[in-house]
Design a protein around this ligand. Structure first.
Ligand SMILES: [Fe+2]
Ligand SMILES: [Fe+2]
Length: 401
């Protein structure tokens, strides 16, 4: 087999990396090219970087629709610096009969002599040098490649790639400046970055301990004791899920805390609130008015509890019905509401609880399926948003009504 290796931080992976991988695959006729994210030293500041699991997640997302390109977690869980000669030596032992091509950028070639043990690198792999297609200086590069090939008795090959004027640093800086539309990112990676609020300066939703205590105090007064206990359970479960999936913890906790804030009102009070605040009551909410508390809750959270974070308000708004294309926080609140520690009546609760920490979409589709089945069996009306949510997620594994 012909195997390519492209290493890097991939913080985040972008179309420049993907272009090099595709060009190498096609021009060298590789059977597979592995994108291998580097490990990271301990205690690295998280503010402007993504933790290693997230860098790996993003690489996996970027390659998911690519033929012959895959993610490779060979280095990422190592804490110490991995020298290229060591990694390639280990890979050569792993794949003794395969031909390995190690990819580097044109700029790195100039420092190749100063890499640790370049001879050992060349003994394990051929070196494929990514060069810009429109570079006018191909002659000089070819000269260099010839020289290196002779010096190290190895194969230094040029691969021409389309130039993509982007770097991971540039992307991180743009996001930190609040730029919304980031180009040159695979679509799935862009979504992942947005969902997890990666590289944003204001990484942790800015609400202080005192404000949280104040919200708790108000809720304790408004809600029945059992509802308040449920609320605390949902908030802490939201926080735990946020830890698992890399979402700002304080935002998740706050959303959980406020998700049922309208439950302190009777149904009639909620209806009156809707009339007075121009909140439209849908046909299915007329038939199932207990659904109203989500809408009213989002409004109360904004105007009575001073929450101006749109993601939190959205998650409260859709915590009972779900909605098509839910955000990560929507899913967290929706699932936490179902699995929090006080719950005991839900079917296959233990299974959903376990699934929630393994695969969030699996847990979501299990809950949606069970809810639909429960409503159908009980002859209860099914809300139109719930139906749209099910339609959106029906192809996800675990969905079965
Ligand atoms: Fe609720
Ligand atoms: Fe709830």
């Amino acid at each position: 087999m012909k195997i390519g290796i492209l290493g890097g931080s991939f913080n985040p992976i972008h179309e420049g990396h993907m272009n090099i991988a595709r060009a190498a695959r096609d021009l060298l006729g590789l059977d597979i090219i592995y994108l291998m994210p580097a490990g990271e030293p301990p205690h690295k500041d998280r503010d402007f970087t993504a933790v290693r699991f997230m860098r790996l997640d993003m690489v996996r997302l970027a390659v998911s629709d690519e033929q012959g390109i895959d993610a490779f977690d060979f280095e990422i869980f190592k804490d110490e610096k991995c020298y290229t000669y060591e990694t390639l030596g280990e890979l050569k032992k792993l794949w003794p009969n395969d031909e390995i091509f190690f990819l580097i950028g044109e700029d790195s070639l100039d420092y190749f002599d100063s890499w640790k043990n370049p001879k050992e690198i060349c003994a394990a792999a051929s070196i494929a040098v990514a060069s810009r297609k429109d570079s006018s200086d191909k002659g000089t590069l070819d000269e260099k490649l010839k020289r290196y090939s002779a010096k190290y008795k190895s194969n230094f090959i040029r691969i021409n790639c389309d130039d993509v004027p982007v770097s991971s640093t540039m992307i991180r800086e743009k996001i930190a400046e609040g730029e919304e539309s980031i180009v040159f990112l695979p679509r799935t990676v862009h979504r992942y970055i947005k969902e997890h609020h990666l590289y944003e300066k204001d990484l942790f939703f800015d609400i202080g301990d005192e404000e949280i205590s104040e919200i708790k105090r108000k809720l304790k007064k408004k809600l029945k004791r059992s509802r308040y206990t449920h609320t605390l359970g949902v908030a802490s479960t939201c926080e735990a899920l946020a830890m698992r999936y890399g979402y700002p913890l304080r935002a998740a906790f706050t959303a959980g805390l406020l998700h049922d804030c309208a439950k302190g009102m009777t149904i009639d009070e909620q209806k009156r609130y809707c009339r007075e605040h121009d909140i439209k009551i849908s046909e299915s909410e007329k038939k199932a008015p207990w659904l109203l508390h989500a809408k009213v809750g989002a409004d109360l959270a904004s105007f009575k509890y001073s929450i101006d974070n749109e993601e939190i308000l959205h998650a409260i708004r859709y915590h009972t019905t779900g909605c098509p294309d839910m955000t990560l926080l929507d899913k967290i609140v929706f699932i936490a509401d179902y699995i929090e520690p006080q719950r005991h009546k839900q079917v296959r609760l233990a299974e959903v609880r376990a699934a929630a920490y393994i695969d969030i979409d699996l847990a979501l589709s299990m809950i949606l399926s069970d809810t639909i089945r429960y409503l159908k069996n009980g002859g209860a009306p099914i809300d139109e948003t719930t139906l749209k949510t099910c339609e959106f997620y029906k192809d996800i594994k675990g969905f079965n009504t």
